[in-house]
Design a protein. Structure first.
Length: 128
């Protein structure tokens, strides 16, 4: 069984990690760039006295109200999400939390069922 190699960052690299993280870069991006695990990046930041950022809500209450209006007007949740800069799942979850009934499955309004009757034949196609 192969053991993973622990990699210690140089002090100058840790300084860059701290500066980039405080400038808004994500832990995942920084860890990938430095070739370390995300938990290692977190530990290095904590040793420097830097606390983790708390992610805020992806959509605001006003966004949820706009999404509900657009969904009721017939737009798909995919379209609504794209307009608000949020994923379909985020829009669906936030509308559900707000108690908004969503029509159709997968964020689409139900379509009328297709007609099952055979297509009409022209007189030239009539059986003989």
């Amino acid at each position: 069984m192969q053991r993973s190699v622990q990699r210690r960052l140089a002090p100058s690299t840790i300084d860059r990690l701290v500066a980039d993280y405080q400038a808004g870069r994500s832990l995942s991006d920084l860890a990938a760039e430095l070739g370390i695990h995300k938990r290692t990046a977190v530990a290095d930041l904590q040793r420097q006295g830097i606390s983790r950022r708390v992610n805020g809500p992806k959509v605001t209450r006003a966004d949820v109200e706009r999404a509900a209006r657009r969904e009721r007007s017939g737009e798909s949740l995919v379209t609504v999400g794209a307009a608000l800069g949020a994923h379909l799942a985020t829009i669906r979850r936030e509308l559900a939390k707000a108690g908004v009934a969503i029509l159709g499955e997968a964020g689409r309004h139900p379509r009328p069922p297709a007609s099952r009757s055979p297509p009409a034949r022209s007189p030239s196609q009539a059986p003989v």
